[in-house]
Design a protein around this ligand. Structure first.
Ligand SMILES: [Cu+2]
Length: 273
């Protein structure tokens, strides 16, 4: 059974195997297919048209399935690997072990944002940026640039306390748990973390940075914490909503799964805590 652990508690061997599996997916070309899929959805999801991956109720089940596909790809390389999660409320410093050279490497240099240490630095030759937003082919970050702060546990608590999953108009203007977690409204959790990391993470091609998976694994964990806290609240909308994925409608690009089928993560993985 897959157990998703806090990245801060991974052993040296677990970090090494996770990184090696990422590099092998990259080498084989499978990694960049995930970056392309994500970017395609970012580009096509709009507030007043069809929306599936983002700015809509299916933001959470869509990313749950996306991460599951990615985790299965990692496990096809090394069956011992699980996606770790990054609790950015506790590991909120640029000095966190997350950013050490034996794991994800650190921030980008000030001149051009280029990450210069760790396994994903361009100088290794192992992490070419192929799905590009501009001509630059090296991984970029600007951790905490401009004094931006990561969300606090109090910010998280204020969002977890919201009893309604989502509300009309089911987009970036909605009230409710999903849109506050996604970050288009209120204290801003998920979006703010993308901006805090900066570089590729602040673009539609954000999965170019491996921290994407650790960030979304934690967002996914917060969804499960919300479910435990509000057992009487379910996914919304239930039925008949134009441009939006209802509870029992299938989701692109897979066409074989629905939000209803993804509400319970426990058939696929559990968390360490
Ligand atoms: Cu996304």
């Amino acid at each position: 059974m897959t157990v998703r652990k806090n990245q801060a508690s991974l052993t040296a061997g677990e970090k090494r195997r996770f990184v090696a599996a990422l590099l092998e997916l990259k080498r084989s070309g499978r990694y960049d297919a995930f970056v392309s899929t994500h970017n395609d959805f970012i580009v096509s999801d709009t507030d007043h048209g069809p929306r599936t991956g983002h700015r809509s109720p299916s933001f959470l089940p869509w990313h749950r399935r996306f991460l599951l596909e990615f985790e299965r790809a990692l496990q096809s390389v090394d069956a011992s690997v699980a996606l770790p999660y990054w609790d950015w409320t506790t590991d909120s410093s640029v000095r966190s072990s997350l950013w050490a050279p034996d794991f994800l490497g650190g921030s980008g240099r000030s001149r051009d944002g280029r990450v210069t240490d760790g396994p994903f630095a361009a100088s290794t030759g192992n992490w070419p940026i192929a799905v590009r937003v501009d001509e630059r082919t090296y991984l970029r970050r600007a951790l905490g640039a401009g004094g931006l702060r990561l969300p606090t546990r109090a910010d998280v608590e204020s969002v977890l306390s919201m009893p309604t999953y989502d509300m009309p108009p089911w987009n970036s203007g909605s009230d409710g748990f999903r849109n506050h977690l996604e970050g288009w409204r209120g204290v801003n959790l998920h979006n703010r973390v993308h901006v805090w990391v900066g570089g590729h993470m602040a673009t539609g091609a954000s999965p170019n940075d491996p921290v994407f998976w650790l960030h979304h694994a934690y967002i996914d964990k917060l969804w499960s914490e919300w479910q435990r806290r509000h057992p009487g609240s379910g996914y919304l909308p239930a039925t008949g909503t134009p441009d939006v994925v209802d509870l029992d409608e299938t989701m692109r690009p897979w066409h074989d799964t629905t939000p209803a089928a993804l509400l319970d993560h426990t058939p696929h993985y559990t968390f360490d805590a």
